[in-house]
Design a protein around this ligand. Structure first.
Ligand code: 5GP
Ligand code: SF4
Ligand code: MG
Length: 475
């Protein structure tokens, strides 16, 4: 995951607007945050490890001047948690200075590396975004839009991009539109954002989605749209299930309402006699509401979530992940003891959350635990930007539903069927990527591990080139 924002705001500083928008996308990445600003002359990048509010605080923002900005918060997929991998990525090439914020994951990095002459040691960080930025900086000609139109057809994988030079703010969505990207209007100016709540929070009104295979280039003279590839929309189905905020709109639908419908569908598909429906907070809440509504079983809270700790999902070992779940969730004993519970969650990936939670509920005296999940078994790794681990780490990879039930120690288990899940989104199956559930990858993934390829190239790379005349990179 990752959050991206782009702003062009004539007559107003862009950095505070971009930072506010990025704050609304904090859920998409908590490792690092950064911004690139330009006053039309100087392009400056500031980024650091940490949360948006820590990195782009009120002492920092006034020094980031200009009417153009792009901003990014990062959740590591390709590349580890290092300052060098924070974004926006920046390159001063022979032709241009360019800054790039990327959400997604490219799948042909080995091929792209071959396009970079004398490539060993040339990348500052170990991400596919660094590579893309280096390639852009070396494209001939002085027009960033033209450079993108040449380069993008050679890039495959998932990308929602915001880019900037000293004249343009640009938004791009890959031809499959794996990740969302939307366009909003300020009184004077434009905003690009990964999810619609970022527009709401900065007071921009939603204009439209950037289309799959479209690039929008915004400059002082206005907005131009370029279609660089035939669109074949395959929005990540997990944007509806888990990743996006509930107040986001996708394909013209409210994500919150769609999640409630998923819960209703689940109640119809796999009914059960029980005393209380409880969510696994926070992602399971709307679906548990839907399940309760459709089943008539009262909704209640079984666990409290500590809001001040980050995600447990990417902690490195199963033990630290399980400890993380205990830190994050604590049972409300009096709501649980003696009750037959329906526990609603959005997904089971490695199974850590459910295994730990089920034990917790049993210890708190639950009479029965019936697990209901609003997505089908997660069996295939994602190569398009979600770090869900390799196949052996996925609990359902080689297990039947009954075996998963036994492993988790629940009394019953049901996963929402794919066609019911899709129906709940209000769109059709063709418009989604479902690869992690179906094994059908819309963009072929190479056998070679792209993540490894990049780390091999860059592991001992020297630090980024010294900043030059009209450019400042601040550590
Ligand atoms: P597990 O504990 O089974 O490995 O992960 C599933 C839980 O992690 C769910 O509660 C889900 O809300 C949450 N989660 C966190 N990050 C991700 C992600 O990248 N993908 C999915 N599908 N679930 C995630
Ligand atoms: Fe989304 Fe799964 Fe496709 Fe990855 S593989 S883009 S998580 S639907
Ligand atoms: Mg969850």
């Amino acid at each position: 995951m990752c959050g991206v924002v782009g702003v062009l705001s004539p007559g107003q500083q862009a950095a505070p607007i971009a930072a506010l928008g990025l704050f609304a996308l904090q859920h998409r990445g908590q490792e690092s945050a950064g911004i690139a600003v330009s006053d039309g002359d100087q392009l400056m990048v500031y980024k650091d490890l940490g949360l948006v509010a820590q990195v782009l605080d009120e002492r920092r923002l006034p020094s980031l001047r200009g009417e153009m900005a792009i901003a990014h918060c990062r959740y590591s997929t390709t590349g580890s948690t290092l300052w060098e991998n924070a974004q926006p990525a920046f390159r001063l090439g022979p032709q241009r200075a360019v800054a790039v914020g990327h959400n997604g994951n490219l799948v042909n990095t080995r091929h792209l590396l071959e396009l970079l002459p004398g490539r060993r040691g040339r990348l500052a960080g170990s991400t596919d975004t660094e590579l893309l930025t280096a390639l852009l900086a070396q494209e001939p000609g002085d027009d960033l839009v033209a450079a993108l139109l040449t380069l993008l057809p050679r890039v495959s994988g998932a990308y929602a991009l915001v880019l900037m030079d000293d004249a343009h703010v640009i938004g791009v969505r890959d031809p499959n539109g794996f990740r969302p990207l939307c366009l909003g209007r300020l009184d004077a100016g434009w905003v690009l954002a990964l999810e619609t709540p970022a527009l709401d929070i900065v007071g921009a009104h939603y204009v439209r989605d950037v289309e799959p295979g479209e690039m929008v280039a915004i400059d002082a003279s206005g907005l131009r749209s370029h279609h660089f590839a035939e669109p074949s929309p395959k929005l990540c189905l997990f944007e509806f299930v888990y990743f996006s905020r509930p107040d986001t709109n996708l394909y013209g639908q409210s994500v919150h309402a769609a999640r409630q419908r998923m819960g209703e569908e689940l109640a119809r598909q796999a009914p059960v006699h029980a005393d209380m429906v409880m969510p696994v907070p926070e992602s399971g809440i709307p679906a548990a509401q839907g399940f309760a509504r459709a089943s008539g079983i009262p909704y209640g809270d079984g666990v409290v979530k500590n809001r001040y700790i980050g995600r447990t999902f990417i902690a490195p070992t199963p033990e630290t992940r399980a400890a993380g779940v205990r830190l994050k969730l604590n049972p409300i004993r009096e709501n649980i003891a003696g009750k037959r519970l329906v526990v609603v969650d959005d997904s089971i990936v490695r199974g850590t959350t459910q295994l730990t939670l089920t034990r917790m509920l049993r210890e708190a005296g639950a009479a029965e635990v019936h697990l209901r999940v609003t997505s089908p078994p997660y069996r295939w790794p994602c190569f398009y930007g979600m770090d869900t681990g390799r196949r052996p780490e996925l609990l359902a990879a080689d297990l039947q539903v009954g075996e998963v039930r036994e492993y988790l120690g629940v009394d019953s288990l049901a996963y929402l069927e794919l066609d019911r899940l899709v129906a709940a989104t209000g769109s059709n199956a063709e418009s989604f990527c479902t690869a992690c559930l179906s094994g059908e990858y819309p963009v072929p993934v190479p056998d070679a591990d792209t993540k490894l390829a990049l780390e091999e190239e860059t592991v001992r790379a020297p630090a980024a080139a010294a900043p030059e005349a009209n450019v400042r990179i601040e550590p």
